[in-house]
Design a binder for this molecule. Structure first.
Ligand code: ATP
Ligand code: MG
Length: 567
């Protein structure tokens, strides 16, 4: 394609609010344009890369017998009422009303639509299993759209759904998907890790997220070098091995602690270490309040709390709620004398005694509070985030942390939707059974951004060969010079037969063209400059910066070899 006819509005400066490298480069390379917060147009370069990613996704889905369909983005509320998610999905669901007063949503995901489709059409075990997928724009009114395409409010997703008569059949498809996802991320050039993930309290049996490794990533992965263990830290289990450090029990004593609001301040005041302090927190679980005790250096993990109580609704109590129940401010809470609410504690709280805790009286704490004597615990559990260096759940060694971008997730849904929405099939005995389901998502636009996050330098993007928008970028340095223009035109025609070629034929300064070429990131570059008259061009590799002077009669062979060797 001729660059003079393309629409690539590159920028010299990027808007200040572009925080991630990929967001900056997408804007600078003229690939996207923001229309509203979290809503973007994809310009030609981005569209070409998306097409390439989507082609890989399609190939891998079809290789495991996935069948492509396209469902409506506009979804009637009735189906969401059936699944029970109309009230529970919350503010992320973009809701609207049509002219007849009927309620609709713009699809954030398609379990409801697909379940209604399949229940009406597939009624016998003989027609199962089936895997259907689509590539489509999804809508989520994210609280904090950010990082450009990484967290948009309208974004492109590949979503697949599988329907089964047996658990074994679901297991097999889940494995196929897991492998297909690994293939996809390898092929698009991402360094990634599949991690054990949280399945939410409901429906949840088994799920993995695929994390592209990147510092900007909003998720933290706990992994070890000793095995392929990796988990989202939300989910990373803490192996509790008792490490009891008790001293002789001392008398409970209330002390005045004016201004002490945090565990660190209390530790400082008492001359103790942070891990010798026990923090008390009030959490709202569904409609009731409970207290959690956690060591000072640990953080409460709300995902673990949710799964412990089997609910999605867990929130930290507000200051007003805390004062209402405890008659004290958040910085002065503790378990002593608490009888109105249940108290839960992380396992590691058992390891220490003579605890310093809040006295449930603003500006007072107790020292030497002891379990059994001064307060009771309803249950101990794994309620906290793992720390770097603690033993991995599979015992393979200390965990390390890395940041990741969730580019996909595979999920065993079970019968959550099929039961709620009465999607049944007749088994071999002619008995109606709920279909067993899996669902599998890939953030296509997020993947595009994640690739840029991993493949760039200070000057711009460096596309992996498999998804590059063009293979070769031909630059005519000065098209006003006949020899240069004629040769560049010729090379454009010739190479277009076997490669995707972008031809910079613009009447622009050479510096502008080179800057743009670096930004856009096409892996192979042919520069037709002053030596055109002598039949010599420069070939440059975007990735390594290496360049070669090549006589035109050797150019085809040289490009062929370089192309072969591209990553
Ligand atoms: P997140 O935790 O990042 O909000 P999610 O777990 O809610 O994502 P899923 O419902 O698993 O997302 O959706 C499947 C895939 O769609 C995700 O793995 C991610 O790659 C992509 N995705 C989800 N939300 C967005 C978004 N707001 N913008 C771009 N891609 C997204
Ligand atoms: Mg997810």
């Amino acid at each position: 394609m001729k660059q003079s006819k393309m629409f690539i509005p590159t920028l010299r400066e990027v808007p200040n609010d572009a925080e991630s490298k990929s967001h900056q480069l997408l804007l600078k390379a003229g690939m996207i344009k923001q229309i509203a917060s979290g809503v973007y147009s994809y310009l030609p370069i981005a569209k070409r890369v998306l097409n390439n990613i989507e082609a890989i996704v399609r190939e891998e889905m079809e290789a495991i017998d996935g069948v492509e369909i396209l469902m409506p983005a506009l979804q009637p509320s009735e189906l969401w009422q059936e699944s029970g998610r109309w009230p529970s999905y919350g503010a992320e669901l973009m809701r609207m009303t049509d002219r007849h007063g009927r309620e609709f949503a713009l699809g954030p995901t398609h379990e409801e639509i697909i379940t209604s489709l399949v229940r009406d059409e597939l009624k016998s075990y003989k027609k199962l299993p089936v895997t259907l997928f689509q590539i489509q724009n999804k809508f989520r009114d994210e609280k904090r759209p950010r990082f450009g395409l990484l967290r948009g409010r309208e974004f492109i997703m590949k979503d697949a759904y599988s329907f089964h008569a047996t658990e074994e059949s679901l297991d097999a498809t889940y494995q196929d998907m897991y492998q297909a996802y690994s293939n996809i991320y390898n092929r698009v050039g991402l360094k990634f890790r599949p991690v054990i993930a949280d399945s939410g309290a409901i429906g949840g049996s088994h799920t993995h997220e695929f994390m592209a490794l990147a510092e900007i990533g909003e998720d933290t992965i706990a992994y070890t070098d000793g095995s392929d263990y990796a988990a989202n830290i939300e989910k990373a289990e803490v192996l509790y091995t008792p490490n009891v450090q008790h001293t002789a029990e001392a008398a409970l004593e209330k002390i005045h602690t004016p201004g002490v609001k945090t565990a660190q301040q209390l530790a400082d005041l008492l001359g103790k270490r942070l891990d010798e302090i026990v923090k008390s927190m009030i959490v709202k679980v569904d409609d009731r309040f409970v207290m959690f005790l956690i060591r000072g250096h640990h953080e409460l993990n709300d995902v673990k709390v949710k799964s412990f109580f089997g609910t999605e609704v867990v929130e930290m109590a507000t200051e007003a709620e805390i004062e209402g129940i405890m008659n004290a401010k958040p910085g002065s809470l503790g378990p002593v004398g608490v009888d109105k609410i249940d108290i839960y504690a992380d396992h590691s709280v058992q390891d220490i005694n003579n605890l310093a805790v809040g006295a449930n009286e603003t500006d007072y704490h107790y020292i030497n509070a002891n379990l059994g004597r001064d307060f009771q615990i309803k249950a101990f559990g794994d309620f906290r985030f793992i720390l770097e260096g603690e033993q991995a759940a599979d015992g393979s060694g200390p965990v390390k942390f890395a940041e990741g971008i969730e580019v996909g997730q595979v999920f065993k849904l079970g019968t959550k939707y099929s039961e709620a929405m009465k999607a049944t099939f007749l088994d071999e005995q002619g008995k109606a059974q709920p279909m067993i389901m899996g669902c599998y998502g890939i953030g296509v636009s997020r993947t595009l951004s994640a690739v840029i996050e991993q493949h760039h330098d200070d000057n711009g993007i460096i596309w992996p060969k498999a998804i590059t928008p063009f293979d070769i970028h031909i630059i005519s340095v000065n098209p006003k010079q006949d020899a240069q223009r004629t040769l560049a035109d010729q090379l454009y025609t010739d190479f277009s037969k076997n490669y995707q070629v972008l031809y910079d034929d613009r009447q622009e300064r050479a510096g502008v063209k080179f800057n743009d070429a670096d930004l856009i990131g096409v892996p192979l570059r042919i520069v037709v400059g002053k030596q055109a008259a002598d039949g010599i061009v420069e070939v440059k590799l975007r990735g390594t910066g290496e360049s070669f002077e090549v006589p035109v009669n050797e150019l085809t062979a040289k490009i062929e070899t370089l192309y072969q060797d591209l990553a």
